[in-house]
Design a protein around this ligand. Structure first.
Ligand code: CDP
Length: 133
């Protein structure tokens, strides 16, 4: 520990349209490649979590979003990182896999079946509820 007083946040976005959630398939590291996640990434110094969601979705999916409420519980990661999920609503663009292998839209039933990264699995009940499922 080098004087760190707070966990650094990693944000992940639950983009929902109708009754479907947007998932992104990881390309790296090898042990996560092929698994699906809520898109996102690390909050940079001086950035708010909402700013980070906005930036990451622009970088990774080429879309603009408005960022809504937090969902689900905190997920502690290695190295003093904490993962948090936020709702996000598309306001411009069609998502493209700029940094992922593929994207898909899943309904509640498909979400329960798909291979999510381990860190995101705890959000499943919250996400299924949001999808009305
Ligand atoms: O793109 P950036 O380097 O900012 O972040 P990342 O490497 O995509 O994510 C940082 C960490 O959060 C990695 O260990 C990811 O595996 C993890 N993560 C996750 O577990 N679930 C997500 N939905 C997004 C990120």
């Amino acid at each position: 520990m080098t004087g760190r007083t707070r966990d650094r946040e990693v944000v992940a976005a639950a983009v929902i349209q109708g009754r479907r959630l947007l998932l992104a398939q990881r390309t790296r590291p090898p042990e996560l490649a092929g698994l699906w996640e809520l898109p996102g990434g690390k909050v940079e110094p001086g950035e708010s979590p909402a700013d980070a969601v906005h930036r990451e979705l622009l970088e990774e999916l080429g879309v603009e979003v408005t960022v809504g409420e937090r969902i689900g519980a905190d997920v502690p990661l290695r190295d003093g990182l904490v993962l948090r999920a936020y709702r996000a609503e598309l306001i411009r663009g069609t998502p493209r896999a700029l940094d992922h292998a593929a994207l898909c839209w899943v309904d509640a039933r498909e979400l329960r079946e798909i291979a999510l990264v381990g860190n995101d699995r705890g959000w499943l009940p919250d996400l299924v509820t949001l999808l009305g499922g």
